[in-house]
Design a protein. Structure first.
Length: 252
Protein backbone atom coordinates (compact mmCIF):
# COMPACT_ATOMS: atom_id res chain seq x y z
CA UNK A 1 0.00 0.00 0.00
CA UNK A 2 1.37 3.41 -1.01
CA UNK A 3 1.72 5.81 1.89
CA UNK A 4 1.55 9.60 1.51
CA UNK A 5 5.24 10.02 2.36
CA UNK A 6 5.26 13.55 1.00
CA UNK A 7 3.25 14.60 4.03
CA UNK A 8 4.31 14.94 7.63
CA UNK A 9 2.42 12.63 10.01
CA UNK A 10 -0.14 14.42 12.17
CA UNK A 11 0.28 11.67 14.77
CA UNK A 12 3.52 9.76 15.26
CA UNK A 13 4.56 7.26 17.91
CA UNK A 14 8.20 6.20 17.73
CA UNK A 15 9.73 3.23 19.59
CA UNK A 16 7.13 3.54 22.35
CA UNK A 17 7.35 1.28 25.37
CA UNK A 18 4.74 1.11 28.11
CA UNK A 19 4.53 -1.36 30.98
CA UNK A 20 2.38 -1.72 34.07
CA UNK A 21 4.52 -3.39 36.68
CA UNK A 22 6.05 -6.47 35.06
CA UNK A 23 3.45 -6.52 32.26
CA UNK A 24 4.70 -4.91 29.04
CA UNK A 25 1.84 -3.54 26.95
CA UNK A 26 3.63 -1.62 24.19
CA UNK A 27 7.02 -2.87 23.07
CA UNK A 28 8.79 -0.75 20.46
CA UNK A 29 5.46 0.49 19.08
CA UNK A 30 5.65 2.65 15.92
CA UNK A 31 2.74 4.35 14.19
CA UNK A 32 2.43 7.24 11.73
CA UNK A 33 -0.99 8.67 10.89
CA UNK A 34 -1.19 11.25 8.12
CA UNK A 35 -3.52 14.27 7.82
CA UNK A 36 -7.03 13.19 6.84
CA UNK A 37 -6.25 9.49 7.19
CA UNK A 38 -8.46 7.05 9.10
CA UNK A 39 -6.48 4.23 10.71
CA UNK A 40 -8.09 1.22 12.38
CA UNK A 41 -6.26 -0.59 15.20
CA UNK A 42 -7.06 -4.30 15.44
CA UNK A 43 -5.75 -6.71 18.03
CA UNK A 44 -6.74 -9.16 20.73
CA UNK A 45 -7.61 -7.86 24.19
CA UNK A 46 -4.40 -6.79 25.89
CA UNK A 47 -2.54 -6.20 22.62
CA UNK A 48 -2.06 -2.51 23.43
CA UNK A 49 -4.73 -0.79 21.33
CA UNK A 50 -6.37 1.21 24.10
CA UNK A 51 -3.05 2.09 25.71
CA UNK A 52 -1.77 3.41 22.37
CA UNK A 53 -4.89 5.57 22.10
CA UNK A 54 -4.35 6.90 25.62
CA UNK A 55 -0.74 7.74 24.82
CA UNK A 56 -1.88 9.76 21.80
CA UNK A 57 -4.36 11.68 23.95
CA UNK A 58 -1.74 12.25 26.64
CA UNK A 59 -3.83 10.31 29.15
CA UNK A 60 -0.98 7.84 29.66
CA UNK A 61 2.73 8.65 29.75
CA UNK A 62 5.12 6.40 27.86
CA UNK A 63 8.06 4.74 29.59
CA UNK A 64 10.29 5.21 26.55
CA UNK A 65 9.98 6.54 23.01
CA UNK A 66 8.25 9.67 21.72
CA UNK A 67 4.71 10.79 20.92
CA UNK A 68 4.15 13.61 18.42
CA UNK A 69 0.71 15.16 17.98
CA UNK A 70 -0.25 17.97 15.60
CA UNK A 71 3.30 19.23 15.35
CA UNK A 72 4.10 18.94 19.07
CA UNK A 73 6.29 16.48 20.93
CA UNK A 74 3.90 15.71 23.79
CA UNK A 75 5.99 12.95 25.34
CA UNK A 76 6.61 14.94 28.52
CA UNK A 77 3.76 17.46 28.29
CA UNK A 78 1.85 18.19 31.48
CA UNK A 79 -1.90 18.92 31.61
CA UNK A 80 -1.37 22.66 31.10
CA UNK A 81 0.38 22.09 27.79
CA UNK A 82 -1.86 19.21 26.69
CA UNK A 83 -5.15 21.03 27.14
CA UNK A 84 -4.80 23.35 24.09
CA UNK A 85 -4.20 20.30 21.91
CA UNK A 86 -7.08 18.34 23.43
CA UNK A 87 -9.35 21.22 22.47
CA UNK A 88 -8.60 20.26 18.88
CA UNK A 89 -9.49 16.60 19.45
CA UNK A 90 -12.75 14.68 19.63
CA UNK A 91 -13.19 11.50 21.66
CA UNK A 92 -15.87 8.83 21.36
CA UNK A 93 -15.64 6.48 24.32
CA UNK A 94 -17.30 3.06 24.44
CA UNK A 95 -20.06 4.21 26.78
CA UNK A 96 -20.27 7.71 25.24
CA UNK A 97 -19.30 9.11 28.70
CA UNK A 98 -22.25 11.50 28.98
CA UNK A 99 -22.99 13.35 32.21
CA UNK A 100 -26.10 11.58 33.50
CA UNK A 101 -27.33 14.59 35.49
CA UNK A 102 -27.35 16.83 32.39
CA UNK A 103 -29.72 16.89 29.43
CA UNK A 104 -28.38 16.39 25.92
CA UNK A 105 -28.39 20.15 25.43
CA UNK A 106 -26.50 20.70 28.69
CA UNK A 107 -23.94 18.00 27.85
CA UNK A 108 -23.12 19.71 24.56
CA UNK A 109 -23.16 23.21 26.06
CA UNK A 110 -20.78 22.09 28.80
CA UNK A 111 -18.31 20.82 26.21
CA UNK A 112 -18.43 24.05 24.21
CA UNK A 113 -18.05 26.30 27.23
CA UNK A 114 -15.18 24.18 28.52
CA UNK A 115 -13.35 24.77 25.25
CA UNK A 116 -14.30 28.44 24.91
CA UNK A 117 -16.07 30.24 27.80
CA UNK A 118 -16.80 33.24 25.58
CA UNK A 119 -19.61 31.54 23.64
CA UNK A 120 -22.83 33.56 23.76
CA UNK A 121 -26.10 31.74 24.52
CA UNK A 122 -27.39 32.45 21.01
CA UNK A 123 -24.26 31.18 19.29
CA UNK A 124 -24.20 28.17 21.60
CA UNK A 125 -27.81 27.24 20.83
CA UNK A 126 -27.21 27.50 17.08
CA UNK A 127 -24.12 25.26 17.16
CA UNK A 128 -25.89 22.67 19.33
CA UNK A 129 -28.90 22.59 17.00
CA UNK A 130 -26.72 22.19 13.89
CA UNK A 131 -24.60 19.46 15.45
CA UNK A 132 -27.61 17.44 16.62
CA UNK A 133 -29.10 17.73 13.14
CA UNK A 134 -25.84 16.39 11.71
CA UNK A 135 -26.12 13.22 13.81
CA UNK A 136 -29.85 12.86 13.18
CA UNK A 137 -31.02 13.63 16.72
CA UNK A 138 -32.38 17.16 16.67
CA UNK A 139 -35.41 15.92 18.64
CA UNK A 140 -33.23 14.72 21.54
CA UNK A 141 -32.28 18.22 22.70
CA UNK A 142 -34.06 18.06 26.08
CA UNK A 143 -33.73 14.33 26.77
CA UNK A 144 -31.68 12.95 29.64
CA UNK A 145 -29.04 10.26 29.00
CA UNK A 146 -31.23 7.71 30.82
CA UNK A 147 -33.88 8.25 28.13
CA UNK A 148 -31.51 7.41 25.27
CA UNK A 149 -31.02 4.02 23.63
CA UNK A 150 -27.50 2.66 23.16
CA UNK A 151 -27.39 3.88 19.57
CA UNK A 152 -28.68 7.31 20.56
CA UNK A 153 -26.03 7.60 23.28
CA UNK A 154 -23.35 6.86 20.68
CA UNK A 155 -24.79 9.54 18.41
CA UNK A 156 -24.86 12.09 21.21
CA UNK A 157 -21.31 11.08 22.11
CA UNK A 158 -20.36 11.77 18.50
CA UNK A 159 -22.20 15.09 18.59
CA UNK A 160 -20.26 16.11 21.68
CA UNK A 161 -17.00 15.23 19.94
CA UNK A 162 -17.94 16.99 16.71
CA UNK A 163 -19.27 20.17 18.26
CA UNK A 164 -15.71 21.52 18.59
CA UNK A 165 -14.87 20.81 14.90
CA UNK A 166 -11.94 18.55 15.84
CA UNK A 167 -8.83 18.04 13.75
CA UNK A 168 -8.33 14.59 15.29
CA UNK A 169 -11.00 12.02 16.19
CA UNK A 170 -10.30 9.07 18.48
CA UNK A 171 -12.94 6.31 18.37
CA UNK A 172 -12.91 3.60 21.05
CA UNK A 173 -15.10 0.67 19.93
CA UNK A 174 -17.74 2.87 18.25
CA UNK A 175 -20.11 -0.02 17.42
CA UNK A 176 -19.59 -2.17 20.54
CA UNK A 177 -22.80 -3.41 22.16
CA UNK A 178 -25.03 -2.35 19.27
CA UNK A 179 -27.24 -4.52 17.10
CA UNK A 180 -26.27 -4.93 13.44
CA UNK A 181 -28.64 -2.26 12.12
CA UNK A 182 -27.69 0.34 14.72
CA UNK A 183 -23.99 -0.45 14.26
CA UNK A 184 -24.36 0.23 10.53
CA UNK A 185 -26.05 3.55 11.31
CA UNK A 186 -23.03 4.54 13.42
CA UNK A 187 -20.66 3.43 10.65
CA UNK A 188 -22.62 5.51 8.13
CA UNK A 189 -22.38 8.47 10.48
CA UNK A 190 -18.62 7.99 10.82
CA UNK A 191 -18.32 8.01 7.03
CA UNK A 192 -20.37 11.19 6.88
CA UNK A 193 -18.10 12.76 9.50
CA UNK A 194 -15.09 11.78 7.40
CA UNK A 195 -16.64 13.35 4.29
CA UNK A 196 -17.87 16.57 5.90
CA UNK A 197 -15.38 17.25 8.71
CA UNK A 198 -12.23 15.60 7.27
CA UNK A 199 -10.64 14.74 10.64
CA UNK A 200 -7.60 12.57 11.06
CA UNK A 201 -8.95 9.53 12.91
CA UNK A 202 -7.84 6.48 14.85
CA UNK A 203 -10.46 3.79 15.36
CA UNK A 204 -10.24 0.89 17.80
CA UNK A 205 -12.72 -1.81 16.86
CA UNK A 206 -13.33 -5.56 16.89
CA UNK A 207 -16.08 -5.08 14.29
CA UNK A 208 -14.75 -6.17 10.89
CA UNK A 209 -17.65 -4.44 9.15
CA UNK A 210 -16.66 -1.19 10.82
CA UNK A 211 -12.98 -1.75 10.03
CA UNK A 212 -13.64 -2.50 6.36
CA UNK A 213 -15.90 0.49 5.78
CA UNK A 214 -14.15 3.18 7.83
CA UNK A 215 -10.45 2.35 7.66
CA UNK A 216 -8.20 3.80 4.96
CA UNK A 217 -5.55 1.64 6.57
CA UNK A 218 -5.77 -1.15 9.12
CA UNK A 219 -2.92 -2.05 11.46
CA UNK A 220 -2.86 -5.30 13.42
CA UNK A 221 -1.25 -5.39 16.87
CA UNK A 222 0.21 -8.38 18.64
CA UNK A 223 2.15 -8.26 21.89
CA UNK A 224 2.49 -4.51 21.81
CA UNK A 225 3.76 -4.17 18.25
CA UNK A 226 2.27 -3.65 14.81
CA UNK A 227 2.76 -6.87 12.86
CA UNK A 228 0.99 -5.90 9.63
CA UNK A 229 -0.52 -2.83 8.00
CA UNK A 230 -2.58 -2.42 4.85
CA UNK A 231 -6.06 -2.12 3.39
CA UNK A 232 -8.79 -4.51 4.44
CA UNK A 233 -8.55 -6.46 1.16
CA UNK A 234 -4.77 -6.74 1.57
CA UNK A 235 -4.98 -8.01 5.12
CA UNK A 236 -7.66 -10.57 4.28
CA UNK A 237 -5.05 -12.31 2.12
CA UNK A 238 -2.44 -12.49 4.91
CA UNK A 239 -1.22 -15.91 6.01
CA UNK A 240 -0.09 -14.71 9.45
CA UNK A 241 -2.00 -16.65 12.14
CA UNK A 242 -2.35 -13.48 14.29
CA UNK A 243 -4.05 -11.78 11.33
CA UNK A 244 -6.14 -14.75 10.24
CA UNK A 245 -7.80 -14.71 13.67
CA UNK A 246 -9.60 -11.55 12.55
CA UNK A 247 -9.83 -11.90 8.80
CA UNK A 248 -10.56 -15.53 7.99
CA UNK A 249 -14.26 -14.89 8.68
CA UNK A 250 -14.17 -11.96 6.24
CA UNK A 251 -12.63 -13.87 3.32
CA UNK A 252 -14.77 -13.38 0.29
Amino acid sequence: MTKPQEKTPLIALKSVYKAYGTHTVLSGFNLDVYPGEQVVLLGRSGSGKSVALKCIAGLTKVDAGTVHLMGHDITFYDEKHLNPLRKRMGFLFQNAALYDSMSVEENLAFTLRHHDPSWSNQKLAKRIKTTLENVGLASALHLMPSELSGGMRKRIGLARALIINPEVMLYDEPTAGLDTRTAQEIIDLMLRIKSEYHPTAIIITHDLQCAEQTGDRIVVLSEGKIILSGTFSELVQSSLPEVQVFFNRATR
